[in-house]
Design a protein. Structure first.
Length: 294
């Protein structure tokens, strides 16, 4: 069983969870002065380190996984939401600047800014094709970037308030959470072909889907507005199961037969056995958001 790292956005620390025991092993504190708010929001891996996008302090934290400490922090730009790494470069979303900031991790400096849509919220990477996909929450679009050239190669219209976009494991499609957050409409997951860059399928899920976890055959969706998780069959593109969690589920990952989801409302990590439906939980920090399983 692995280790799960969770960004607690309203707390200045990352929770490290032992998934086998469902225990918080330790808290990686982000150094702050005078009650400064850091706001860890998005997280990804870079070699033997973790990269954390901090939405309140507009910064990137670099965490040593072996020592479980923050070793560097760099100012990036206003409202950093999410981050991925390719080679020795980090690509960080700055939601208030409407761009992707390219940060050289060896030199420790910003080297380029790539414009995207309004209020970018999530970023995912396809290293095989050297592509980034960004969900633009404010203008109902996705931006596709060739990161080998740092050029925009596509803009794709999608449903209202896209909160998350991810490449499928086979690299042929992108799935997007069309959250319709704040409305009376159910949210949906759209499937976009990378050949023609158009939506080729769509399935309704719960209210306000905000995050996803994908494997080869299934997609796990956290429905923030109704306290549930949808499980989709990717091959037949249909919802095959919905599990009530309560609260406001946000970040989500799956390990073996267990789903782990952060509850923003109750500040819990919920573990769900997919086969039995049995749910257990533990308290963690305030507003658990981004998470990564190592």
């Amino acid at each position: 069983m692995g280790e799960l790292f969770i960004c607690n956005t309203s707390s200045n620390y990352i929770s490290k969870i032992n998934t086998k025991l469902l225990e918080e092993e330790l808290r990686i504190k982000l150094v702050c002065d005078n009650n400064e708010k850091i706001g860890p929001h998005g997280i990804s891996r870079y070699n033997d380190k973790l990269l954390v996008a901090n939405s309140y302090s507009n910064s990137l934290s670099i965490i040593d996984i072996q020592k479980n400490i923050e070793i560097e922090r760099h100012f990036i730009g206003m409202n950093c939401n999410d981050v991925v790494a390719a080679g020795n470069f980090a690509y960080i979303l700055c939601s208030e600047l409407n761009n992707v900031t390219v940060f050289d991790l060896l030199e420790g400096k910003v080297v380029e800014e790539i414009p995207c849509g309004d209020m970018p919220h999530s970023i995912d990477i396809n290293k095989q094709h050297k592509l980034l996909i960004i969900s633009n929450f404010g203008d109902d679009s996705l931006t596709l970037i060739d990161y080998a050239k740092n050029e925009i190669v596509g803009n794709i219209r999608v449903g209202a308030y896209p909160s998350k976009a991810m490449f499928t494991v086979d690299g042929r499609h992108v799935l997007v959470c069309e959250s319709f957050i704040g409305s009376d409409f159910r949210g949906s997951i759209g499937m976009i072909s990378l050949k023609n860059r158009k939506i080729v399928n769509r399935v309704a899920v719960g209210n306000s889907p905000v995050d996803m976890f994908l494997n080869e055959n299934e997609c796990y969706v956290s429905n923030f507005g109704e306290g549930s998780v949808s499980i989709l069959d990717i091959n037949h593109f249909k919802e095959i199961k919905r599990i009530n969690t309560g609260g406001m589920p946000r970040g989500i990952v799956k390990e073996q037969n267990n789903i782990f989801v952060g509850d923003n409302y109750n500040n819990l990590l919920i573990k769900i056995d997919v086969n039995s439906g049995i749910k257990t939980n533990i308290p963690i920090g305030s507003e658990p958001t981004g998470m990564i399983l190592l």
